[in-house]
Write a protein that binds this ligand. Structure first.
Ligand code: 5AD
Ligand code: SF4
Length: 470
């Protein structure tokens, strides 16, 4: 979500005459887009702001701004901690940034635009103060010309006890289906082949338009008709809202990717209840069975929190158990970080020592890596279809080191993903970027399949041979 916000804000500023620079010291405007999910991310922003103090002293006309979740959460506190900051803009006011920056330039007055807190008004008032920011798209601002994020909803109403997002991004609000479809059409005209619908709980999407309730499955059906779009993905899903109509849409619409990111967060029922996730492991298991039955070969990834308040060794083992049981494609693992303003902060002490959090984090990573490596090894010898994204990191580094002979077509290492979201690298011409390429896998790491381009018919065996449940 933050990547999309940054893309859109940069595009808006470019439209009003700004240019991007890599050098924050020379820039006449510096904006930090911020995340509040963990404390560490906020520390990094405050130290980066500190490093700009000298540059601001030297050039008082420099505008320094903080946008996003931390701006909404800390508000004036940012001015207090970093008095050289001129601008604070919450997640719900991004459209105002060009105007506010130019006002600061003209009047040298600090500016702040933030939304209401969740208890500072009626639901409608609070919702109204969080505006979804979805201006026209500028193809030059995307990191990949072939892929684009499309916001379908903002906010979150789930209130997991550890999480700041419901207060930094406000109440759940779904965008109009007709607006989303129009945006996807524009993106397809701009050459986009893969769209990723975004929402904090993307599968909770619902919007009634012209008297008809639209759910995520309906959006998939609508966008499936858009010519030029080859792939449709969505992140992040909430386990309780994984309804059958959605799973059937993934099964029935070939452009819908067989990949779901559905964070389990923990493997122990007591911890899940304390986190207020709203499901038990038995219910999560039932969801996994439905996914596996409806969409054989569907890849599922998860998030986990280790070291949540009061987490016993036994409870931690249960998280490891469900990683073994569900064999996630990959998991993002986070050490619990206490967030002021959350229920967990007021109710439970953050009582697991850092060393134990670290150890549990490493144990979980090692286990997940071993499972990812085993499952990736199953692909060796099969052919997969890859949406080629461009030159891989390794390929870019190699290109800098090797001076290609002038006039020689450059075959370099490319990267892309299967429709199950597995990263694949292979040698090829960078002109393949944006096309669907068949690759025969001959090797792998826990995170990457390594292969060679092939010609001829694709074997779909690769997907069905990899069940989620053993
Ligand atoms: N501490 C650690 N991890 C957190 N997450 C959310 N809040 C916290 C927190 N306070 C994790 C969850 C979520 C992911 C985006 O970040 O796993 O799914
Ligand atoms: Fe945070 Fe829970 Fe909402 Fe996810 S579902 S954004 S973890 S409150």
């Amino acid at each position: 979500m933050n990547m999309l916000d940054s893309e859109l804000v940069v595009a808006a500023l470019r439209k009003s005459g700004y240019e991007l620079t890599d050098n924050p010291k020379e820039a006449d405007t510096v904006l930090f887009n911020t995340c509040s999910v963990r404390e560490h991310a906020e520390h990094k922003i405050y130290s980066s702001l500190g490093r700009l103090k000298y540059a601001k002293n030297n050039n008082p006309s420099k505008v320094i701004g903080v946008m996003g979740c931390m701006a909404q959460k800390d508000q004036e506190l940012i001015f207090e901690r970093a008095p050289h900051v001129d601008l604070i803009v919450g997640t719900g006011q991004l459209a105002e940034i060009p105007r506010l920056v130019s006002e600061i330039r003209d009047n040298r007055e600090p500016q702040m635009a933030v939304s209401l807190g969740r208890k500072e008004g009626s639901r409608d008032e609070v919702s109204g103060s969080f505006q979804s920011y979805d201006p026209l798209r500028d193809p030059e601002m995307r990191t990949s010309p072939f892929q684009a994020f499309v916001r379908i909803m903002i906010g979150c109403d789930k209130f997991c006890t550890y999480c700041v997002v419901p207060s930094t991004r406000g109440p759940e609000q779904s965008r109009k289906p007709s607006e989303i479809l129009q945006e996807v059409r524009v993106l397809a005209d701009q050459g986009v082949r893969e769209i990723t619908f975004l929402g904090q709980t993307v599968n909770s999407y619902k919007h009634t338009e012209d008297g008809r309730l639209h759910r995520l499955s309906d959006l998939i059906a609508m966008c499936h008709e858009v010519e030029g779009i080859d792939r449709i993905k969505f992140v992040t899903s909430y386990p309780k809202d994984m309804t059958d109509d959605l799973l059937q849409a993934i099964r029935d619409f070939p452009k819908a990717c067989r990949y779901l990111h559905v964070p389990a967060q923990h493997g122990d029922d007591d911890v899940l209840a304390k986190m207020k996730r709203g499901y038990t492991i038995a219910e999560y298991r039932e969801m996994m069975h439905r996914i596996n039955e409806t969409i054989p070969g569907c890849a599922v990834s998860s998030d986990f929190i280790v070291g949540f308040c009061g987490e016993t060794e036994e409870a931690h083992q249960k998280s490891l158990d469900i990683i073994r049981e569900f064999r996630f494609k990959n998991s993002f693992i986070f050490k619990y970080s206490e967030r002021p303003g959350t229920k967990a902060h007021s109710l439970y002490p953050d009582d697991i020592p850092e060393e134990i959090k670290k150890r549990r984090n490493n144990e979980m990573l090692d286990l997940q890596n071993a499972i990812s490596a085993e499952d990736n090894a199953e692909f060796i010898g099969t052919t997969v279809e890859v949406l080629t994204e461009g030159i891989s990191k390794w390929g870019r580094k190699a290109a800098e080191e090797v001076d290609p002979e002038p006039g020689q077509p450059l075959a370099t290492q490319l990267t892309g993903r299967t429709d199950c979201d597995r990263i694949v690298v292979f040698d090829g011409n960078p002109r393949l970027a944006g096309s669907l390429t068949k690759v025969r896998v001959h090797d792998c790491t826990p995170t990457t399949l390594i292969g060679d381009i092939v010609t001829g018919e694709i074997q779909h065996g690769s997907s069905s041979m990899l069940p989620i449940l053993g």
